[in-house]
Design a binder for this molecule. Structure first.
Ligand code: SF4
Length: 344
């Protein structure tokens, strides 16, 4: 059980490295600059809660990941693919009791796991909701899916709650982190966080899923992950290729236009530090959204096949075996789900 007081954590909010120190309990309007950098009050706002087929195959499986998209974000990257959520402009206000119900409803729908997306600024509220859901029988793995800018103290609250960490590692170069996320200290903190995540959950554990209970949609992004994406298939894939991760760390890296050298630095660091004790997810699905890219002309294009292939060749030459890569037309806006509080 969590002994954390959500109220005290929100009264002087320092959950992420923005360390705003604001009192979120006195705020009511989402997206207001006078709140913290994430733009969210202490009240839970959730944009979507549904089975989701767009994650890595070992997270979505064929049954779908029970994904809860929280509104607001403490990073607010200029190229964000979920812009309306990041700005807190979509979603519905709920209490922790309703969040508990959502977790249980997703489990009843056959979800492979409970997947908390952009949860950093709501950790003090999520923990009691998980406690209550577990008391009512929730046994699914808990996935913590983050842009990776929370503090170590926030991560330490999650020990014993989270089974699978799914952090981004966005930048190596501080200049890129400053330009695109206004977070020049991102790399240092992201690296420290991954070390803490690995300390908590350790090396990957997989288990085959029970027979399928629902079919993924035809355009599922999971289908766009290469069937060869898991270079080392032995520990994971069953005949039906539905093996699901039960525990471990998958670090995601979204390749950016012109970011090949930065991407290589990140892969090198992760492999030299963790070898194949974590998984990497090397993503080419960057989608330019021109309306939000004024002042960033270099980002207004997709990743070329040549750029992505060079990065994958680099990963293979390094010796990386545990990685997911993407194939086909992944850079389509259609892969970005709509956020109209479905399931909330
Ligand atoms: S969670 Fe929000 S209010 Fe709290 S420190 Fe981070 S950006 Fe600031």
């Amino acid at each position: 059980m969590s002994d954390l007081s959500p109220i005290s954590a929100y009264q002087n909010c320092r959950l992420c490295h923005r360390k705003c120190g604001v009192n979120r309990t006195t705020q009511t309007d989402v997206g207001t600059p006078s709140i913290g950098y994430c733009g969210m009050p202490d009240a839970l706002w959730v944009a979507r809660a549904a089975l989701h087929y767009w994650e890595e195959p070992c997270i979505s499986g064929e049954v779908g990941s029970g994904t809860v998209f929280f509104s607001g974000c403490s990073l607010r990257c200029v190229y964000c693919q979920n812009h309306s959520i990041a700005l807190g402009l979509s979603g519905k206000r709920i209490d922790t009791g309703r969040l508990t119900e959502i977790f249980l409803e997703l489990a009843a729908q056959g979800a492979a796991n409970i997947n908390l997306v952009t949860p950093t600024h709501y950790v003090p509220s999520i923990l009691p909701a998980l406690d209550a859901a577990k008391a009512q029988g929730l046994t699914l793995p808990i996935v913590y899916n983050t842009g990776n800018y929370e503090t170590l103290d926030t991560l330490k609250m999650l020990e014993g709650y989270v089974d699978i960490y799914l952090p981004d590692f966005k930048y190596w170069d501080a200049a890129l982190a400053r330009r695109y996320s206004n977070a020049p200290d991102y790399t240092k903190h992201a690296a420290e966080n991954i070390a803490e995540m690995f300390r908590q959950v350790g090396t990957p554990v997989f288990a085959a899923h029970s027979p399928l209970t629902s079919e993924p949609p035809d355009a599922a992004l999971s289908d766009s992950y290469s069937t060869d994406c898991h270079f080392n298939t032995e520990p994971m894939l069953t005949e039906s290729e539905t093996a699901l991760m039960k525990r471990g760390v998958i670090v995601r890296h979204l390749m950016l236009p012109g970011g090949l050298d930065d991407s290589k630095q990140i892969l090198r660091y992760l492999y030299e530090t963790y070898g194949d004790n974590i998984f990497l997810s090397i993503m080419n699905q960057y989608t330019p959204l021109p309306a939000q890219l004024n002042g960033y002309p270099e980002l207004n294009r997709r990743i070329t096949d040549a750029e992505y292939e060079e990065l994958i060749d680099f990963a293979i030459d390094l010796g990386i075996e545990n990685a997911f890569i993407q194939e086909g037309e992944t850079a389509e806006e259609s892969f970005i789900p709509s956020f109209h509080a479905e399931g909330v």
